[in-house]
Design a protein around this ligand. Structure first.
Ligand code: TRP
Length: 450
């Protein structure tokens, strides 16, 4: 028997793998978080640092993670065990995979709740609830949604059911089919919205805000936030890209695919930024209004603008689709692990895991109302604690150890075989993974803890 455990399923083509990777990467991170942190940290200078982090840390790690997946030929836990054995390293490396499976479940539990808000806004916009409303009403609507556990639970449940159902159908029948519908729809909606804002009042100001660097606004904290976001937006550190990589055939180019994914993710974040800030500035709204930007600010603009009903509905539909293609990627590491190591059928694995994260999500639902005064770590609600634990601890830890494994443990021959790079480029890449990535991640990690 070969010592490799071959995963049964594969992507039909390299391009569907790239699309699935983009689907995972592009999500609430791009449409909800990126615009509001860019707004909070002052725009262009923050953006420049973020781009630098994507290039210097994000892309090398993305390549590393996909490589681990394809070289390990299994789910993150087994894949790391396979690679550790081949490279005569400790069995404990499979904990890296376990960390990913767990953290992906944690993230999914609250991701689904926030995606649920977008679902609620989609329907609300469709029903015309934002037409000619004043600011106070719209902002009140958001508070009302958050303070209603039943509404939040309803949308969280609907979103979870949809995501789990897709994954339960398998890589080709579920993931690929969904990706083939979701991604073109997402691109089309973005282009329509871009077409709208290019001709609008706020477009010029938006472009200046994003692309004319003003370094006086840059702070140390902004640099660290930018780095953390580079991780989150590329879905790194949790074995999501690893499990997608394990379904990739040997002929496909990991480097090319990674560049496509990173470029598309960045381009879509920028597009979303241009669109959102055009609407914000065109309506004299505040760019630095924080997490409510998408839900409290934009509907104000949609209520006033020409065609607001149509564009508003389209916009929140876009957010739901983008979140859905990310959510399915968060379920896949666990499902492939249950399938391959525990012999549990995909169908049962997906529904079982989905049920657990759904229950966990109830904690997030309640964090905004009944439990809003209950704190786990110091001043953090259940939701804030999960967010902190994943984004600031589990994610960077995952990325750090992946860089260490590919840089120091994985044999150079194997890496060369997977990436097919020229000797010089390969050496530069290894130096990046051995030193630059771990040191930068460590700095962010320590800063976030203190
Ligand atoms: N990248 C997605 C976003 O920007 C979220 C996401 C999906 C994610 N899979 C992940 C984040 C894995 C971290 C790890 O919304």
């Amino acid at each position: 028997m070969s010592q490799l455990k071959l995963s049964k399923e594969t992507w039909s083509s390299q391009s569907i793998f790239i699309l699935a990777g983009i689907g995972s990467a592009v999500g609430l991170g791009n449409l909800w978080k990126f615009p509001y942190i860019t707004g909070e940290y002052g725009g262009s200078a923050f953006l420049l640092v973020y781009l630098f982090c994507v290039l210097l840390v994000g892309l090398p790690l993305l390549i590393a993670e996909i490589t681990l997946g394809r070289a390990g030929q299994a789910n993150p836990v087994q894949g790391m065990a396979n690679l550790a054995r081949e490279n005569k390293a400790s069995k404990l490396w499979s904990l890296l995979g376990l960390n990913g499976v767990l953290a992906a479940g944690f993230i999914l539990s609250f991701y689904s709740v926030i995606a649920g808000w977008s679902g609620a806004y989609f329907v609300s916009s469709l029903q015309g609830n934002f037409i000619s409303q004043d600011v106070a009403t719209i902002q009140g609507d958001f508070s009302a949604l958050l303070s209603s556990p039943w509404q939040l639970l309803f949308w969280h449940t609907a979103f979870s059911l949809l995501a789990v159902w897709i994954v339960s159908r398998g890589v080709k029948n579920g993931l690929e089919k969904a990706i083939n519908i979701l991604m073109p729809a997402l691109f089309a909606i973005l282009l329509i919205l871009l077409g709208y804002v290019v001709a609008s009042r706020g477009f010029e100001e938006s472009v200046t805000f994003l692309f004319q660097p003003d370094f006086s606004k840059l702070t140390a904290e902004a640099v660290l936030v930018a780095m953390g976001h580079a991780f989150f937006t590329l879905s790194l550190g949790l074995g999501v890209m690893m499990v997608y990589g394990s379904y990739l055939n040997q002929q496909s180019s990991i480097v090319k695919a990674s560049i496509w994914i990173a470029v598309a993710d960045t381009a879509i974040a920028l597009l979303a930024g241009v669109i959102i800030f055009s609407i914000v500035f065109g309506n004299n709204l505040d760019a630095a209004s924080g997490p409510g930007l998408l839900f409290q600010t934009l509907p104000v603009a949609f209520s006033e603008m020409w065609g607001g009903w149509f564009f508003g509905t389209l916009f929140f539909g876009l957010v739901v689709l983008a979140a859905l293609s990310s959510a399915i990627s968060l379920i896949e590491p666990a499902v492939s692990w249950f399938e391959q190591n525990w012999g549990i059928q995909r169908n049962k694995a997906a529904w079982g895991f989905g049920f657990v994260t759904w229950v966990l999500g109830i904690g997030t639902v309640l964090s905004f109302n009944t439990w809003s005064d209950i704190y786990l770590f110091s001043d953090k609600t259940f939701f804030d604690s999960l967010d902190f634990l994943t984004a600031n601890i589990m994610l960077p830890a995952g990325g750090f150890f992946m860089a260490i494994f590919v840089g120091w443990v994985l044999s150079k021959e194997k890496l060369k075989g997977e990436l097919g790079l020229q000797e010089r480029t390969l050496n530069q890449y290894r130096v990046t993974l051995r030193w630059i990535v771990p040191v930068l991640v460590m700095i962010v990690f320590i800063y976030n803890l203190i």
